[in-house]
Design a protein around this ligand. Structure first.
Ligand code: THU
Length: 131
């Protein structure tokens, strides 16, 4: 089992998903080899819940890293779990367009796509004419 799959599988166990019962784990590798993880954290006020990918990105930023070189997400579902639209945008903020996003099921299926394939024509800072 790859280290990212191992890390995402482990953090998924700690997901707080009492409402959907849908636990998700995510693991990010940075260019220096650091691994950061996150899980979904739901809330009784449903829109306040956060996704696993967002949690992993927050952990990455808190640790002082700014670049995703690889990301893996895992859930217990029939086919590999696609990141939601918001998470695709969040991933694109910190990952080059050719970075691989691997979507996994707990039963062992997986699908790998690039950031650009998941979010073609993403909004980025260039549209605001920022340096
Ligand atoms: N969820 C994630 O954490 N990541 C995804 O890629 C898809 C959905 C979470 C959000 C919510 O807690 C639950 O899964 C059901 O939507």
């Amino acid at each position: 089992m790859s280290s990212l799959l191992h890390a995402a599988t482990a953090v998924r166990e700690r997901a707080y998903a009492p409402y959907s019962k849908f636990k998700v784990g995510a693991a990010i590798r940075t260019p220096t080899g650091s691994v950061h993880v996150g899980c979904n954290v739901e809330n009784a006020a449903y829109p306040q819940g956060t996704c696993a990918e967002g949690g992993a990105i927050s952990a990455m930023i808190a640790a002082g890293d700014l670049e995703i070189s690889e990301i893996l997400v895992i859930a217990d579902c029939p086919s590999p779990v696609p990141p939601c639209g918001g998470c695709r945008q969040k991933i694109a903020e910190f990952a080059a367009s050719d970075v691989k996003v691997t979507m996994c099921t707990t039963a062992g299926k997986s699908l790998t796509m690039t950031v650009a394939e998941l979010l073609p024509g993403s909004f980025d800072a260039s549209f605001m004419d920022m340096p």
